[in-house]
Design a protein around this ligand. Sequence first.
Ligand code: GDP
Length: 495
Amino acid sequence: MPLVAICGRPNVGKSTLFNRLTESRRSIVGDEPGITRDRIYGEVEWSGRTVRLVDTGGVIPDDEALIPSEIFRQAQVALEEADAIIMVVDGRTELASPDRELARLLLRSGGKKPLFLAVNKADSAEMFAQAENFRQLGFKNVQPISAEHGNGIGDLLDEVWAALPPEFVAEEPEESLDTEETEELEDMDGGGDPLPGAQQPPDEETGTPERRLRSHAEHVPTETKVAIIGRPNVGKSTLLNALTGTERAIVSPIAGTTRDAVDEVVHRDGHDFRFIDTAGIRRKGKTKLMAEKLSVIMSRKHLEAADVALLVIDAIEGVAAADANIGGYAHESGRSVIIIVNKWDLMTKAGPDGNRAFDGGPIADKKVYEQQVRDALKFLDYAPLLFISAAESKGIGEVFKKIELVARERRKRVSTGAMNRFLDRIDFQRASVPMNKRVKIYYMTQAAVAPPTFVLFTDRDVKLHFSYERFLANEVRDSFKFIGSPIWFKVKSRN
Ligand code: GDP
């Protein structure tokens, strides 16, 4: 999916524009209590094409005194990945020096990247006309808009969309071999009769020629792409060093698409683990605020290319709001997640004052601690949790094992027959969903792997009620596990 970046100095209306463009997209975990997030990334659908939008506003602090060129450089890092850039200025005020500086930077280093200037706050026809004055900044494409009222937005999107790289043909859902667990289930499966009159789902057990052909072509990928994500100072770089520095590891740096993106691949137990953008993992923000914002942007970027995310938490600090924020992105992205509680060594050693633990309390109990983490990250209830010490290289072998496990689990496929048997077993009375929010599910089938995605054929074409979806996901998990992976549902009405 192409990425469009919005940038500009503070208060020109970037967030208003961002929110207007992405308002139809409600985030899945937005309902979870305790999660507030900067909405940095979103999706926009326009003229039948969906594009990802990034608001780089978060990168530049509000205080103008804090805008040295270094910060623009950081903004540029975030922009490196964008296919097109919209710079926003305030049409009602004089150009400020950060406007000129940012424009210069974009025009100078934007290369062939399509650049657009949106002159915001053009709420009247007169203001619309005045937008022409802003051509002095040097942009060829200048569009007056009112992010608040919507004027000019359609024209802007038309132009931006037209400048994007051509669309690729949608990929076929990924296929994979059934794992042992699924096969066992299939053995037990007698193949339930579909409902009379129901549209027949593709039955994978009849061994149609297509199915047989596909089985031969299927293979389990031997490489797993891993993103190490988390707040600053939780120990991401230290963990990366521990993972790539083990004795059996052969590290091969592979040049990525961006200037400084380098992956490192570790061969271990017949499996390749590719750690995404290791330069990015080691990159540090100059100030605390910058580091924190950058860590969110980097985490998002790394998730994009990954199969599995290691969400690193600092054991001493516990789960902070930013951890939940980053974890929320991981959950939404459909990647498998492993929660890594790092610096566990500090929780079990005498603290500096001679007390038993770092804070003078009793030595931490893993069970109690895990419960606290689980309570704070409820939406990641499917993610395995590990206690490690990256600095002392303790628990690293277990990390590799879990990555391999969740990578396998996310590609697992349940046959339609087994699925329908499963559906028969569910006691829908147990779902705590109001009667009028219930839908009748005639049958369901797994449409894709990575993440496992199920299509529900129902009597009504409605969005699944949140708790209904949760109930179903739990049922699917009880029977088929899918350890570490989110489970997605799509609803298709038969009518
Ligand atoms: P990053 O910003 O997430 O990449 O964090 P770093 O890897 O740079 O680590 C931040 C600090 O925590 C450094 O001083 C590390 O030495 C320290 N650290 C990382 N992992 C551990 C650990 O397992 N135990 C202890 N005691 N310190 C750690």
